[in-house]
Design a protein around this ligand. Structure first.
Ligand code: LLP
Length: 421
């Protein structure tokens, strides 16, 4: 459930008309709903009431400071994958002891920073990484709490580009080596093994892969304990899908049942890293129709938003519902059209031959479910300014990232002043 709905014939975010924001901020822009963020966080964390659990919101889905702060105030922790994200989490008010650090390529300086601030755990993904972490921690006289992310070799049945738990993927340590890797890591100075981590992919709409992976993790925890390791935490990653299209993913409560059936009686702290589930349906991308072009074979609706603002359709064939801001248009004269952006690539296409309502130049539309992996994946390709972000709360709104001016963008480049090497 989200808080974007038609009122008085117009699409609203909570009690603010998106058109009113468009008039002030210009298009395109992202708009997030505080109430939806709050609701999603509470539904997810509420599914684990009474369980020793920690919800670490995956910042990569949407790392705007105001969004993170909204979740921090509800008690959320953070899953970060870079020093930049770690700094964002801290800046937004998430305490270091609720932060886990994931990713296959943590650099020594990122490790140093994370050790300085004292994060909850490093989710280590390889043997060279744990050796480096040991060196860095030792040099600082610190101990790094770690889990290994294990690769359970299960098929998450999601888009290939966002599937991460198969043996062919770059993520995690190979299942058959886990025992040896834990044994060797336990002997390293500056390393304290605390648990096991798994994350099998994103936008999962089926619980079966989770069931398989979590059951494998349970057996692994029992095995590692038998081998003498003190396993007190299990990190089950994120990945639960959201409705974009007709596909209805399982409810958090059903996911919780699967998770707790598998690992609930191990006496571990259970950590989750949901990203999309929290922010996905809490955001829309609002854009204006620039032209409607009737070509020989097709009609093209050309928007002022492009693949650089929302890359999911181009990159993952992602589906986003596109709604007119005017409710009367939503009901009128549907006909197939390609919805495209102004970038000079054929891939800059949001929808192909989709039944669209009748739209004209100047009309406004909203891409639904654009709160996750939208603004964070935006670029300035074609020298288009990064799209601004707006947060709504009740009948108020705030710009939480401004649109940079073209002057600011041009100033980032520097004409060479040559220096002898
Ligand atoms: N934990 C780890 C270690 C991850 O790699 C990810 C996502 C998450 C948690 C959060 O997953 P979520 O709950 O959001 O599914 N850009 C793609 C999605 C990439 C996901 C990357 N990892 C998209 O737009 O579909």
């Amino acid at each position: 459930m989200d808080h974007f709905s038609y009122k008085n014939g117009e699409l609203y975010a909570e009690d603010v008309a998106l058109r009113a924001i468009a008039e002030k901020v210009g298009t395109p822009f992202y708009c997030y709903s505080s109430a939806t963020l709050e609701r999603h966080y509470k539904v997810f964390s509420g599914a684990f009431d009474g369980v020793n659990s920690l919800v670490c919101y995956a910042l990569k889905a949407n790392s705007n400071l105001a969004v993170i702060r909204t979740l921090a105030e509800l008690g959320s922790g953070a899953d970060v994958v870079s020093e930049g994200e770690l700094r964002r989490a801290l800046e937004a008010g998430i305490p270091a002891e609720k932060i886990v650090f994931s990713g296959v390529g943590k650099t020594p300086s990122e490790m140093r920073y994370a050790l300085e601030v004292g994060i909850h755990q490093f989710n280590v993904e390889s043997e060279p990484e744990v050796r480096m972490l040991s060196e860095v921690a030792q040099s600082m006289g610190k101990t790094a709490p770690i889990t290994f992310r294990v690769n359970p070799d299960v098929d998450a049945k999601t888009h290939a580009k966002i599937s991460t738990g198969k043996a062919e993927n770059k993520f995690g340590v190979p299942w058959q080596d886990v025992s040896r890797i834990y044994r060797e890591a336990a002997a390293l100075p500056g390393i304290e093994i605390v648990g096991v981590d798994v994350h099998i992919g994103s936008q999962l709409t089926d619980l079966e892969p989770y069931k398989n992976a979590f059951n494998r993790v349970r057996e692994l925890v029992q095995q590692l304990r038998a081998e003498g390791h003190d396993i007190s935490r299990v990190d089950l990653g994120g990945g639960l899908g959201i409705p974009y299209d007709a596909d209805i993913p399982p409810e958090p409560a059903a996911y919780a049942t699967v998770a707790l059936e598998a690992i609930g009686n191990l006496g571990c702290q259970v950590i989750f890293e949901p990203g999309r589930l929290i922010v996905g349906n809490a955001g829309v991308l609002v854009s204006e129709v620039i032209y409607v072009k009737q070509a020989t074979e097709r009609k093209f609706v050309i928007l002022d938003a492009a693949m650089n603002d929302l890359i999911r359709p181009a990159m993952y064939d992602g589906y986003h519902q596109i709604d007119p801001l005017r409710e009367d248009q939503k009901k009128a004269d549907y006909a197939p059209a390609d919805v495209v952006g102004p970038v000079c690539e054929s891939g800059d296409t949001f929808a192909r031959q989709r039944d669209m309502p009748y739209l004209e130049d100047g009309d406004l539309v909203a891409f639904r479910s654009a709160g996750a992996y939208g603004a964070v994946m935006a670029s300035t390709y074609n020298t288009r300014p990064l799209v601004p972000e707006v947060l709504v709360k009740g009948d108020q709104y705030a710009v939480i990232r401004a649109r940079p001016s073209l002057d600011e963008i041009l100033k980032l480049d520097i004409m060479p002043s040559w220096q002898q090497s």
